[in-house]
Design a protein around this ligand. Sequence first.
Ligand SMILES: [Zn+2]
Length: 201
Amino acid sequence: MSELQSNGHPGLIDPTTISGPIPPAFSLTANNLDKVIKYKHNAEGQNSVVAREKLPRGSHICYINTYTPTPQSTWSSIQTSKTTHIEVLSGIVYINHSCSPSIDIEVYPPNSEGVYVNGTCGELRVVADRDLEAGEELTFFYPSTEYISPRPFTCLCGAESGVCIGKQEGAHFLANSILEKYFLNTHIKELIAERDNKAKV
Ligand SMILES: [Zn+2]
């Protein structure tokens, strides 16, 4: 089997380089996800992640504890502070972006020694304002973790006009009137405040 673009993840294939179904790179036993989620192929054959059971709004889904730090952001990484990023080594990597997300990802930044306390760098929770239904796709708002995405894309989330941001490039490119509708991680709030202060000078 030829090795397609993997960009930091052994075995993880960039979905934009393929056509047709590809098996997920990670077993759902990685990060103990097999009890809470399962994989689903979308119409284009790409992988997504759906809930096994209904979970109430705001509830804990799992912590992120299988990952590797990466020096800079990639198409598949998650930003964990102003300056740090991780590659998730589990099915969490297949959670797609939506402008009407079903979950929030709260990241836990590394401490001053660069260490993630208890080996945990984040938590997945059902969004605060609606339940996650059995079989529903898990999606999160990528700008809630990513300040500048290295690979912008046109959003196909299907949220209604005025809700879908149209192009996902990271929080830096979004107006506060949009950002304030979403759960945002602390580093994103701080970076947006810095952006706005610079604009005033
Ligand atoms: Zn959208």
